[in-house]
Design a protein around this ligand. Structure first.
Ligand code: SPD
Length: 278
């Protein structure tokens, strides 16, 4: 079979992968959901034709969105994952013994079902008894949550389609209300190379809401620019490593995260400082 998948980036670049098999294709109320098997990156989840995760490079994204905030917190017990229906972020968060509950608020049940069936190495922990799955628009869910979570992870799609309302000042204000004292929010904040305008605008919004706003960076080879950002936000916690003992234990099994990466991820390249006017 000589089939190729292409995701175009800003209509001027893209990623092209040779497809071994098309495993699933569905159209939900919200988006198109596909699972394909590729020669280079293994099985991949696509939403509306855009790469969300792949078996080969998912660890960069899921370890970085999770372990930076989880290890900066003094004792995370209650965690909310917004989006993230593929389960990769939930899998990482469940590595902490302190965690008593992980609420996964995902708008689209089809993403969860397809991931459980075709991506078990990523979604395999979604049936853990500490996980509560809530199929709901997070914009509505978060309005009802006050002083409830230690860590909130916004594992969203790009600011397009069903994901667009997760990138507003009002939404971030509601997330802030949902955090407990000492709480931390991390959001995926797009590529500072391929999506500079989005990265800049999201950071402007976050700075209007949180007193502590620190972007950090890592590669994600299948994403636009292959270089991604997340932003750490809190009212009262800095992003430094707080639990050295657990980090030393954790890094024996992580593929990207370690204590050196934790510190280095916040180093800001000069061109990124310019984008953020720093
Ligand atoms: N351009 C793709 C951005 C997707 C970010 N979220 C991915 C979800 C993986 N759990």
């Amino acid at each position: 079979m000589d089939v190729w998948y292409t995701e175009k980036h800003q209509n001027e670049a893209g990623i092209t992968l040779k497809v071994k098999d098309i495993l699933y294709g569905g159209q939900s109320e919200f988006q198109k959901v596909d699972i394909i098997d590729t020669e280079a990156y293994g099985k991949m989840l696509l939403l509306d034709g855009l790469v969300m995760t792949s078996e080969k490079d998912e660890f960069f994204y899921h370890e970085m969105i999770s372990h930076i905030p989880m290890l900066a917190h003094s004792r995370p017990e209650s965690v909310l994952v917004i989006g993230g229906g593929d389960g990769g972020t939930v899998r990482e968060v469940l590595k902490y013994n302190s965690v008593k509950e992980v609420v996964l608020c995902e708008i689209d049940e089809m993403v969860i079902d397809a991931s459980k069936e075709f991506l078990p190495s990523i979604a395999g922990m979604l049936d853990d008894k500490r996980v509560k799955i809530n199929i709901e628009d997070a914009i509505k869910y978060i309005e009802r949550q006050k002083n409830r979570f230690d860590v909130i992870l916004i594992d969203s799609t790009d600011p397009l389609g069903p994901g667009v309302g997760l990138f507003t000042e009002e939404f971030y204000n509601n997330v802030k209300q949902a955090l407990r004292k000492g709480g931390i929010m991390v959001a995926q904040t797009e590529s500072p190379l391929a999506c500079q305008e989005d990265f800049k605008l999201i950071n402007i919004l976050l700075n209007k809401v949180f007193p502590i706003v620190k972007p950090y960076f890592a590669p994600v080879p299948t994403y636009p620019g292959a270089y991604w950002s997340w932003t750490f936000c809190s009212n009262d916690v800095q992003p430094k490593l707080n639990n050295e003992t657990f980090a030393a234990q954790l890094e024996k099994e992580t593929k990207y995260y370690n204590r050196d990466i934790h510190a280095a991820a916040f180093a800001m390249p000069n061109y990124v400082k310019s984008i953020l006017s720093l």
